[in-house]
Design a binder for this molecule. Structure first.
Ligand SMILES: C[S@@+](CC[C@H](N)C(=O)[O-])C[C@H]1O[C@@H](n2cnc3c(N)ncnc32)[C@H](O)[C@@H]1O
Length: 310
């Protein structure tokens, strides 16, 4: 563990409780988040809209990937925290060949505990022909695997991926929602390079900050710092261009990046019309500023996935 790690781990509690709040207010539907986060205080409307845009956009990209591959694909969620995507997809009858979640053991042990004690969560990772294997930090279901690992330790990541029975040759989507930014550039770069070398048909969806060097970005950084959380990888978060470049420099065949202002304009209009009715938002400018400081970057090692966009 590094000095900053406890604060980084705590960002999962923050993200999960924001998701729980937005779900409770009706922004999107998620039957499973309340098993991981019991209750939460109400967040500001712009925060709820931000989480809505992020969660819905990522889900649309994953759905498209599953559709174009006919489900013959794998999903790897790095720094997954208490994300519920596996259960939401399963509930919709969408199956994939493998679904792996990686996070610090301090996070996966808590997730293992919640899954183990919650019937609907446990049932969804069980299979009548396969006994779920569980220890303190790891859970191995038939297709779903939850693994405790420090993503900065590539040897360990490689070993854990092997144990998870991932197939390097089939299409695989990697998800990272506000994760790479907590690692130094050499550490996140070695991970991205390794994925590009190993997975011949990979697609990456990365949600994180951009435009951090303006005034608003500086305030975001200093707020995090006061909570003991340094953004060790902020260097890649200067712009959508630096986000794209980090993938291209690490051997990915192509990459695209769009800030959340652009992503918001591409979300299904009927969904946007519905959610803007949920809460009054006085501070339109604040929402705009927030959206300008986050982006979704997609990258691919296989040109077939370059068309997967919002
Ligand atoms: C902001 S939270 C996001 C959680 C989840 N992706 C979501 O959006 O709900 C960042 C997550 O990345 C994980 N993380 C950051 N650095 C990591 C590392 N070096 N190894 C493993 N997990 C890491 C943290 O533990 C945390 O769960």
């Amino acid at each position: 563990m590094w000095a900053n790690d406890e604060a980084v781990i705590a960002t999962n509690d923050d993200a999960s409780s924001c998701k729980r709040c937005a779900v409770a207010l009706g922004y999107w539907s998620d039957k499973f988040i309340s098993y991981f986060v019991r209750s939460t205080e109400r967040k500001a409307p712009e925060i709820n809209r931000g989480y809505f845009a992020r969660t819905v956009a990522i889900k649309i990209l994953v759905d498209k990937f599953i559709e174009v591959t006919g489900g013959n694909c794998q999903i790897v969620n790095i720094g997954a925290g208490f994300d519920t995507l596996y259960w939401r997809l399963n509930d919709e009858g969408k199956t994939v060949k493998g679904f792996v979640e990686l996070d610090f053991p301090g996070v996966t042990s808590r997730k293992c505990h919640y899954i183990q004690r919650t019937k609907p969560l446990l049932q969804a990772v069980s299979d009548e022909d396969y006994d779920v294997k569980l220890n303190r930090n790891n859970l191995h279901g038939h297709t779903y695997k939850l693994t405790g690992v420090d993503l900065r330790n590539l040897t360990e990541v490689e070993a854990k991926i092997k144990e998870s029975d991932l197939d390097y040759s089939i299409p695989t989507v990697f998800l990272a929602e506000c994760v790479l930014v907590y690692m130094t550039m050499p550490k996140s770069s070695q991970l991205l390079k390794w994925i590009a070398e190993k997975f011949k048909s990979a697609f990456f969806v990365n949600y994180e900050m951009v435009n951090l060097d303006d005034r608003f970005g500086e305030v975001m950084l200093s707020n995090l710092r006061t909570r003991g959380c340094d953004l060790a990888g902020a260097e890649a978060c200067h712009s959508t261009e630096t986000q794209r470049k980090r993938f291209l420099d690490m051997g990915w065949a192509g990459a695209d990046s769009c800030d959340m202002v652009g992503i918001w304009s591409r979300l299904p209009p009927e969904e946007v019309a519905r959610v803007v009715q949920l809460e009054l938002l006085d501070e339109q400018e604040l929402l705009h500023q927030l959206f300008r400081h986050y982006a979704i970057t997609t990258a691919w090692t296989d040109h077939r996935w370059s068309d997967i966009q919002l």
